[in-house]
Write a protein that binds this ligand. Structure first.
Ligand code: SAM
Length: 283
């Protein structure tokens, strides 16, 4: 690599991704993880946790638009949403674009991710002060076990299943989520890299199938995520949400989006064969 400072993510499997760094803005250990924020030449502001890429200024819109709008336009009347994780604020930013949403509970284990995101990534965290957003700094595993609230949509916007995120890839956790999902409710989870982490993808889907009668998958390309093609799990108790797209609401809202649209809503569920087999537990 040429001179200067570089951040390199070890993507395992003998693969690395390096970013040329203009400036290291934050480098600290929180009670839960190592948190770094860099200003990079090519991808703008970059957040890493435990030296793994969480989000970059240049391509975060793909992930956040897919994890938020796919379930919200698949639900007939979404009002109450639960986010597990999501500390950078990007998922909440997309959800508040839907006027029908009355309440967003966000359960983030690490308050420092929110504090640092507000300070260095306002383009992501700007809506964390929205009155509809209620922040809980606690472990999502405990929250879903103990809460009496119920939700129309649950979004698991977590780190990789290591460290604090490990408990979020667990049948008991998914079952507790299912218990607080209202009738007609949808659970969506980030489900890792289809090329780089197939075993983890298989695990996520097999555990979700232990809990939900309907489990489907969609994907999108996020350039700075391992091997680009990132998977999401879409779960519900009846098939209706999978076949429903609220086109009237989509047309009415005229949201200024950069990735998600009517075509993507349909196309993102069309997976390549190897990915279909992985998510269906055949691969
Ligand atoms: N888009 C990113 C990705 O796919 O890698 C995730 C972004 S977001 C920053 C992930 C958040 O999940 C982090 O802020 C992390 O602190 C939080 N998190 C990890 N484990 C958690 C847990 N058990 N309960 C609640 N939040 C958790």
């Amino acid at each position: 690599m040429a001179g200067g400072t570089w951040f390199t993510e070890d993507q395992r499997e003998g693969l690395e991704l390096s970013f040329k760094v203009k400036e290291t803005l934050v480098s600290k250990h929180t009670p839960y993880q190592k948190l770094d924020i860099y200003d990079t030449y090519k991808y703008g502001i970059l957040l890493t946790l435990d030296d793994l890429v969480m989000t970059t200024e240049k391509d975060e819109f793909v992930y956040h638009e897919l994890i938020a709008h796919v379930p919200l336009f698949s639900h007939q009347h979404p009002q109450e949403v639960l986010i597990i994780g999501g500390g950078d604020g990007g998922t909440a930013r997309e959800i508040v674009k839907h006027p029908c949403i009355t309440r967003i509970d966000m359960v983030e284990i690490d308050e420092q991710v929110v504090v640092m995101s507000k300070q260095y990534m306002p383009f992501l965290a700007k809506d964390l002060t929205n009155p509809k957003v209620h922040l809980y700094f606690q472990d999502g595993v405990e929250f879903v076990k103990n809460t009496i609230s119920t939700y129309d949509v649950i979004i698991i916007d977590s780190t990789d299943p290591i460290g604090p995120g490990e408990g979020l890839l667990n049948t008991e956790f998914y079952r507790n989520c299912a218990n607080i999902l209202k009738a007609g409710g949808i659970l969506v989870s980030q489900a890792e890299s289809l090329y780089n982490n197939p075993d983890c993808v298989k695990q996520v889907f097999s555990k979700l199938r232990n809990v939900f009668p309907v489990v489907s998958a969609y994907a999108g390309t996020i350039p700075t995520y391992p091997a680009g093609l990132w998977c999401f799990a879409f779960c519900c108790n009846t098939p209706e949400p999978l076949n429903f797209f609220d086109e009237a609401r989509f047309d009415r809202l005229q949201l200024a989006l950069r990735y998600y649209n009517k075509g993507i809503h349909k196309a993102c569920f069309a997976l390549p064969e190897f990915a279909k087999r992985l998510c269906q537990g055949e691969g």
